[in-house]
Design a protein around this ligand. Structure first.
Ligand code: PEP
Length: 246
């Protein structure tokens, strides 16, 4: 089964309203990239504006996090329903920065993935090992356990993002062979799920993807796209990474 590549940009806590010019360039560039699905995950404050600017284009808007519940007395939080209402089509859950700085566990991530499903958002579930876990030969087991804990049994439409924690924002990347090994592990894990999850679910690689390494990393078997942090903030670089699929 052919899986349409997805290149998603995680803007993290970057971007004021004035960033709309950069986003407009991504929307314009997407016209010459029909084979690749492009998504931008801006800060929540920019979702509605970007969604309006993307209307009529193929660019999707994603959020970076959501609360597990639809509404309630949770000051400062944003529900999946609110993100959908603002124009998001997807939400990242379980990013390592959320797990690390906000103490999110697999159970939290699972609840957020369920919230995404409830609201009709595509969940992009992030998993990845630390440097110590890789160095002690536990990377595959850690990733399998994170998937077991973070992906609800009845979740059908979702994306897995493999993001080694030590590669995020560091300029370091695993070798293409190591990426291939881990994506095979994840593909096998998906194969154990009901339905056609093993074939249809996209697995993104994330962690220091740049214009310089995109071609090599995105050519690896079972890499169905990329989750791009720093390099997604410049439209030119983000589009060049997506063009690596041609
Ligand atoms: C990320 O935060 O999801 C990420 C991959 O960041 P970077 O590309 O900057 O390493």
């Amino acid at each position: 089964m052919a899986r349409r590549p997805l290149v998603a940009g995680n803007w993290k806590m970057h971007g004021l309203q004035s960033a709309s010019g950069e986003f407009d360039k991504i929307v314009a560039g997407a016209r010459s990239l029909p084979g690749v699905e492009l998504m931008v995950c801006p800060p929540a404050t920019l979702i509605a504006g970007f969604a309006a600017a993307a209307r009529g284009s193929s660019v999707l808007i994603g959020a970076q996090d959501c609360h597990a519940l639809a509404s309630g007395a949770y000051t400062g939080d944003i529900s999946a329903e609110m993100l959908k209402d603002a124009g998001a089509a997807a939400v990242i859950v379980g990013h390592s920065e959320r797990r690390h700085y906000h103490g999110e566990t697999d159970a939290t991530v699972r609840a957020k993935a369920l919230a995404a499903k409830r609201a009709g958002l595509l969940a992009i579930v992030c998993v990845g090992e630390t440097r110590a876990e890789r160095d002690t030969g536990r990377a595959a087991a850690v990733v399998r356990a994170a998937l077991d804990g973070s992906v609800p049994d009845d979740l059908v439409d979702f994306v897995v993002a493999y993001e080694p924690v030590w590669a995020i924002g560091t300029g370091l990347t695993p070798t293409p062979a190591d990426v291939g090994d881990m994506h095979r592990v994840i593909r096998e894990w998906l194969g154990s799920r009901p339905g056609k999850a093993g074939e249809r679910t996209r697995i993104l690689y994330g962690g220091s993807v740049t214009t310089a390494n995109a071609k090599e990393l995105l050519a690896v078997d079972n890499v169905d796209g990329a989750l791009v942090g720093g390099a997604s903030l410049k439209a030119q670089d983000f589009l060049a990474i997506a063009r690596a699929y041609r």
